[in-house]
Design a protein around this ligand. Structure first.
Ligand code: 13P
Ligand code: SF4
Length: 367
């Protein structure tokens, strides 16, 4: 999805790291309690050091929903997270994304037109009233509104199990779940809940009826949208095997956006918050191989010098869109606020926000 970020003025692009740090600190101090900076775990250190709250997608959405006092919420993360924050904060609050080009390639793999087409196609072959749509947090607000309107809910990687359990109970054994946009999170969670591969089918939005036989589309318990995260899909079983060969007593921690054959080899599977908790809980001396974005892995390694924390993929795999948020962009949005100008505001139209809020609220109520 094209979002145009205008180039920064020179005073930001050619400023030194120390200069930027001093200016961010000054702007932050001037704005005081009117400002809240939220930082996702995949952010660079030069940004994360200024976050008032750090978290995974779920934690940050909860934090946004509980934020009533700050006038400005500067979201250091990606576009869908800022949209969710706008939906969950009050009308007098302004959500800002420091770089408008910080999107998410996975979120862009499902758009409202293809989801509506899928729904229509499914309605032609199955009882659509028994289909519960679940969207991963990593999706546009229009998709969240779609699931809100159709009796579904949002989930994140830390609560997908609870949300799928809720969804499956909605219409008993007749329930089918349409899960988008991440096939891996859907599949991994379905397996965690004890379901078999035969109950799952991949829905390819580029093919007629998702590329499925009519019978499969009607009978599959889980219709998994053919989307993925390019960062997490890089991790392969060979990486885990190589780590285990080098560190027979090591522990393997994997994010559930990774493919199932990788998840199967893990000691623990969980969201970024869960991975952080697992590293903290490990005994000093433990060697931990982690399958998630590199900035988090490097931060964990630095924060736990008595443990060895390494990426399972020896080739660095950053999330290029999370990486767009840097100190110059953060400094720019803050200095503009100090000057009384709001730049890069993220707003969701109320007709979309209303139903998206329903879907997000269902998630918050279930978990
Ligand atoms: P969590 O924050 O839920 O762990 O998800 C990771 C992610 O890919 C966010 O884009
Ligand atoms: Fe999207 Fe993957 Fe980056 Fe998360 S890590 S923001 S899912 S591309």
């Amino acid at each position: 999805m094209l979002r145009l970020q205008s180039p920064l003025p020179e005073g930001y692009t050619d400023a030194s790291p120390d200069d930027l740090a001093g200016r961010i600190a000054a702007a932050r101090a001037t704005l005081g309690s009117r400002l809240l900076i939220l930082g996702h775990h995949y952010q660079r250190d030069e940004v994360m050091r200024w976050a008032d709250a750090r978290g995974d997608s779920f934690g940050l959405s909860r934090r946004a929903a509980a934020t009533h006092d700050a006038e400005y919420v500067v979201f250091c993360g990606v576009h869908f997270m800022a949209e969710s924050a706008d939906i969950l904060t009050g009308s007098g609050q302004t959500v800002i994304l420091p770089d408008l080009n910080a999107g998410c390639s996975m979120a862009d793999m499902a758009d409202i037109d293809s989801v509506e087409e899928a729904w229509e196609a499914l309605a032609g072959v199955t009882d659509i009233d028994s289909v519960v749509p679940i969207t991963y947090m990593n999706s546009a607000a229009t998709l969240k509104a779609f699931v809100g309107r159709h009796g579904g809910a949002v989930c994140t990687s830390s609560n997908a199990r609870a949300i799928l359990t809720w969804a499956l109970e909605r219409h008993g054994s007749a329930t089918q779940v349409l899960f988008f946009p991440d096939q891996h999170l859907g599949r991994n969670t379905a397996f965690q809940l004890g379901h078999r591969a035969e109950e799952m089918a991949v829905w390819d939005p580029r093919r007629q009826l998702g590329g499925l036989e009519e019978r499969t589309a009607k009978e599959a318990r889980f219709l998994l949208w053919k989307g993925h995260c390019s960062v997490h899909q890089r991790f392969r079983p060979e990486h885990v095997n190589a780590f285990r060969a080098a560190h027979p007593d090591g522990r393997v921690l994997i994010h559930p956006e990774c493919a199932h054959e990788v998840v199967e080899l893990a000691d623990e599977v969980g969201s970024t918050d869960a991975i952080i908790a697992a590293v903290r809980a490990a005994a000093p001396g433990t060697v931990l191989g982690v399958g998630t974005e590199i900035h988090l892995v490097q931060r964990l390694a630095a924060e736990h010098p008595d443990r060895t924390v390494v990426s399972l993929d020896p080739l660095v795999c950053p999330c290029s869109t999370m990486f767009r948020i840097d100190a110059p962009h953060l400094c720019w949005v803050l200095e503009e606020l100090v000057a009384g100008r709001v730049v890069n505001r993220i707003t969701v139209d109320e007709d979309v926000a209303g139903w998206a809020r329903v879907a997000l609220q269902r998630m918050l109520d279930i978990t």
